[in-house]
Design a protein around this ligand. Structure first.
Ligand code: FAD
Length: 379
């Protein structure tokens, strides 16, 4: 394996870094404080091809690979985790359509999602179906050439912002996970509404909320993938997201926090010298940098394997587990290096400390990653 970025990947890094610095960073604190979805940023991400990184040119993408997608999310997460979350979960819904959609569905949605500013969302979780996703209660009952969906989804990223939702519902509940089907639901469909938007601890600008389905009639042509194969779609999509959403986001947050910590340590004077001269803090920085280096290679390696079309559930779970724990460790140490100032909202590290926690929770909690890894080890 080549451990160097290609010229194209280097160019993507520079472009994404510049966008993050010029567009995302200046409003990161404001959209966090106001819990405001950054619609204008999302439109620019679309316009400048960052949403399209890693997607085919035929649908408006930039045609490069999954490493480019990872790089864009990482660079944005360095300055604004909420925006990186909005972007990467949206890209997850595009990935899903690209993999499982038929030609008509791709023609109908992909351009809108990739370069025309439409937001996509993925709706699996419910009140009593988090880690145990098979316990969903949402049903889709056949009625002529349609299905009638009833149920309520919870904690859905993009709720109220998305134009199309990928919704998982039981079509044959007695068959358990082999009786779940994925549907494409347009946001203006009769009977569909958005319920409570959650008041969260972090990634506040990324809206997370409830979706309510009351006798929502969905034509059969809106089945995504095959009938009763929705759970497989969910599992495959989650594998990708563990690397391209959580892995990329964790690396970005950790890189950002390490840079802030090093800069702060060099500028903060105590006992007549920068605190960076204290060997205790140097050891913190050394540990942070070392863990981040390991997490980085692990994530790029998994992204490359996904790019080559491998099914690598164990490696994806390992990336999710290790990068998120690394990011939390790095951010916590970075805040410690800031001393009391790090506890104040005037400093970005305070926001990062709240934001980083999500990486250990969504796309399957870290306990669930350990189950996946242990199962593979014991197989
Ligand atoms: C900000 C945010 C955004 C989200 N976005 C989306 C989205 O876009 N789409 C979507 O479908 N979902 C989304 N989710 C849902 C997310 O994936 C779930 O919250 C997550 O899977 C955990 O489910 P839960 O919250 O119900 O926790 P629970 O499953 O109730 O878990 C509670 C605790 O028990 C542990 N646990 C549960 N089962 C086991 C087990 N078998 N072994 C060991 N420990 C176990 C868990 O690890 C956790 O510590 C989002 C969540 C958040 C917070």
């Amino acid at each position: 394996m080549d451990f160097k970025l290609t010229k194209e990947q280097e160019m993507v890094t520079l472009a994404a870094r510049r966008f993050a610095k010029e567009v995302c960073e200046p409003i990161a604190e404001e959209i966090d404080r106001e819990h405001r979805f950054p619609r204008e940023t999302f439109n620019l991400l679309s316009k400048y091809g960052f949403v399209g990184a890693g997607f085919p040119k035929e649908y408006g993408g930039t045609g490069n690979d999954k490493i480019a997608q990872l790089i864009v999310v990482k660079e944005i997460a360095k300055v604004c985790a909420a925006t990186s979350s909005i972007l990467s979960i949206h890209q997850g819904s595009i990935n899903c359509l690209l993999k499982f959609g038929n030609k008509e569905q791709k023609d109908k949605y992909l351009r809108k999602l990739i370069c025309e500013g439409m937001v996509g969302a993925f709706a699996l979780t419910e009140d009593n179906a988090g880690s145990d996703a098979s316990n969903i209660q949402t049903t889709a009952v056949e009625d002529g050439d349609s299905y009638i969906i009833n149920g309520t989804k919870r904690f859905i990223t993009g709720a109220g912002q998305a134009g199309v939702y990928i919704v998982l519902a039981y079509t044959e509940p007695e068959k358990k996970t082999r009786g779940i089907t994925a549907f494409l639901v347009d946001s203006d469909t009769e009977g569909f509404s958005v319920g409570k938007i959650e008041d969260k601890m972090g990634i506040c600008a990324s809206h997370t909320g409830e979706l309510v389905f009351e006798n929502v009639r969905i034509p059969k042509e809106n089945i995504l993938g095959k009938y009763n194969k929705g759970f497989k779609i969910a599992l495959t999509s989650i594998d990708d997201a563990r690397v391209l959403t959580v892995g990329a986001q964790s690396l970005g947050i950790a890189e950002g926090a390490l840079e802030l910590a090093a800069d702060y340590a060099k500028s903060r004077i105590q006992f007549g010298a920068p605190v960076s001269k204290q060997q205790g803090l140097q050891w913190y920085l050394a540990e942070m940098a070392t863990k981040l280096e390991a997490a980085t290679w692990m994530t790029y390696h998994a992204a490359q394997m996904l790019q080559e079309g491998n099914r690598i559930s164990k490696e994806c779970a390992m990336v999710k587990l290790f990068t998120s724990e690394t990011a939390r460790f790095v951010v916590e140490r970075a805040l410690q290096i800031h001393g009391g100032y790090g506890y104040m909202k005037d400093y970005a590290i305070e926001r990062m400390y709240r934001d980083v926690k999500i990486t250990e929770l969504y796309e399957g909690t870290n306990e669930i990653q350990k189950l996946v890894i242990a199962r593979a080890v014991l197989n």
